[in-house]
Design a protein around this ligand. Structure first.
Ligand SMILES: Nc1ncnc2c1ncn2[C@@H]1O[C@H](COP(=O)(O)OP(=O)(O)OP(=O)(O)O)[C@@H](O)[C@H]1O
Ligand SMILES: [Mg+2]
Length: 256
């Protein structure tokens, strides 16, 4: 199996003061679906930003597709385009991700950035509008949409690039039950299509459909456990110590 990401001893602090990751090592293989779990502030979003080459570790190494990813390397246009075409990131907050005047332009943006022909990009945009059932939003301004609609647009703008690796930060947060269900089904389809997926989530209920494996962070910004989803969900002590359930939780989620 191919290794997609290899992280070794990653350390990250914001403003050189606020710790977010403290010696984090993990490997993600091709076709795997990995959930990052942990309390608020433990470092999940930070790790996703490192995996997307948006932040860079102070110490440790990050290798993607067999090549080390550094700030210098991403300044090289060819390397940058190669990396961006292979890895897509859906942010926790869609407002930070949508900025074009229309949904259609928003979704086309990444393809045009990577130098795709306009006609090819337009066709891809139509396909993904259809796939995500948002064709009727195509000419709307993204910033005027509801949270759930923005989320669909943000996902469309990533899927349109057809990346091999998808990073999702709390994909089901703040969505109504029907939209949550729709998104879980979409993630299942992407998983079945062989995409490599890394997602941060607090949604333990949906975990068995979303991830093969869970990486659990402690509040000290270190990895507490890295194991199969069923193993993690069956470990009440671990779930309590990582602040994933509280002491009054009647039962833990069904590990299935
Ligand atoms: N822009 C920032 N400036 C300073 N500190 C930050 C910044 N962003 C995050 N942090 C700090 O880094 C740590 C890790 O934050 P991160 O956002 O990665 O956590 P998280 O696990 O994604 O939490 P949540 O479940 O609340 O989304 C936290 O202590 C947080 O306060
Ligand atoms: Mg977060």
């Amino acid at each position: 199996m191919s290794v997609v990401f290899e992280c070794t001893g990653l350390h990250y602090r914001y403003l050189e003061r606020f710790p977010a990751l403290d010696g984090v090592s993990l490997q993600v293989n091709g076709g795997e679906t990995v959930a990052l779990l942990g309390a608020n502030g433990c470092g999940k979003s930070t790790l996703l930003k490192l995996l997307d080459g948006l932040l860079f570790a102070e110490r440790g190494t990050f290798t993607a597709f067999g090549e080390e990813v550094t700030e210098d390397k991403l300044e090289d246009e060819q390397f940058n385009h190669g990396f961006r075409a292979r890895v897509g990131f859906v942010f926790q907050n869609s407002d930070a991700q949508v900025f074009s005047p229309s949904v259609r332009e928003e979704i086309a943006f990444g393809c045009l950035q990577l130098g795709l022909d306009r006609a090819v990009a337009a066709q891809r945009v139509d396909d993904v509008l259809e796939m995500l059932d948002i064709a009727e939003l195509a000419d709307r301004a993204p910033f005027q949409l509801s949270g759930g609609q923005k989320k669909r647009v943000a996902i469309a703008s990533v899927l349109v690039m057809n990346p091999e690796v998808l990073l999702f930060d709390e994909p089901t947060a703040a969505l109504d039950p029907r939209t949550q269900f729709w998104l879980i089904e979409l993630l299942e389809q992407l998983r079945a299509a062989g995409k490599t997926i890394v997602l941060a989530t607090h949604d333990l209920e949906s975990l068995p459909s979303l991830a093969d494996r869970c990486v659990v962070f402690g509040e000290n910004h270190r990895i507490l456990a890295d194991a199969a989803t069923a193993t993690v969900l069956a470990d009440r002590e671990l779930l309590l110590s990582a602040n994933l359930i509280h002491a009054r939780s009647v039962r833990q989620p069904d590990p299935r």
